[in-house]
Design a binder for this molecule. Structure first.
Ligand code: DC
Length: 216
């Protein structure tokens, strides 16, 4: 059984998908973390973010793994916090727009569903990576709700950014994510739309759990 959850930044995907996976006792895949790892490694090595071929090669050679407690390991090193900084966040859409990078990360994502039930979240989980998934969801929320969530998240890690600035940055990220040529963020007809504005995380999780058919 595969459950895909796609949607823009701040729609609540990560938290909801993680909780849903726990509740169902399914494996969880945060596909954005993979693109963030490639971005982090590229920035650290001073590579050009316009060089799709070079970034694809980089992505191919990276050892990305998930550890206990949502830990993200890059070539054995814990980069869980580093991949969530604004520096990585503001550059990741450009890195993720390259077809070579997306191709390099495909196998790793599909391998996560081998021999196990999976809840995965990202931008193209239901449209490209797991088109055969049994349950496909598209989460959305108003721009202000999404920016507020991001602001709270950043405040927790000590970064202060104004709401207006975050609305602008998110709109730019959405624009790049949804207009790129390869695997753009878009809602397909067979994805169930859930607007999370005004809903609590628990309410969304319950709503999504109800979409997953019980095991026979
Ligand atoms: O979900 P997130 O904010 O961690 O994702 C980071 C970026 O990675 C996002 O701006 C777009 C990209 N991404 C993608 O292109 N495809 C995915 N399946 C997941 C993320």
């Amino acid at each position: 059984m595969i459950v895909t959850i796609d949607g823009p930044a701040g729609s609540g995907k990560s938290t909801v998908a993680r909780r849903l996976a726990e509740r169902l006792a399914f494996r969880f895949l945060d596909s954005g973390a993979l693109y963030r790892c490639v971005t982090f490694a590229a920035l650290e090595r001073g590579l050009s973010l316009k060089d799709g071929l070079g970034l694809g090669r980089l992505a191919d050679g990276l050892g990305i793994a998930f550890g206990e407690g949502n830990l993200v390991l890059l070539d054995g090193r814990d980069v869980t916090t580093e991949i969530r900084t604004e520096r990585v966040t503001s550059n990741v859409s450009e890195v993720a727009s390259h077809a070579e990078v997306r191709e390099a990360l495909k196998g790793l994502q599909r391998a996560c569903a081998v021999g196990t039930d999976l809840v995965c979240e990202g931008r193209d989980m239901g449209t490209v990576i797991f088109p055969q998934a049994e349950v496909k969801v598209y989460l959305d929320a108003s721009p202000e709700t999404r920016a507020m969530r991001r602001m709270t998240e950043l405040a927790l890690s000590g970064e202060e950014v104004s709401l207006a600035e975050l609305v602008t940055r998110m709109a730019e990220r959405d624009r790049i994510d949804s207009t790129r040529e390869t695997a753009p963020l878009r809602r397909s007809e067979n994805q169930i739309l859930v607007d999370t504005s005004g809903l609590t995380i628990d309410e969304v999780v319950v709503r999504l759990s109800n979409l997953v058919p019980p095991r026979s």
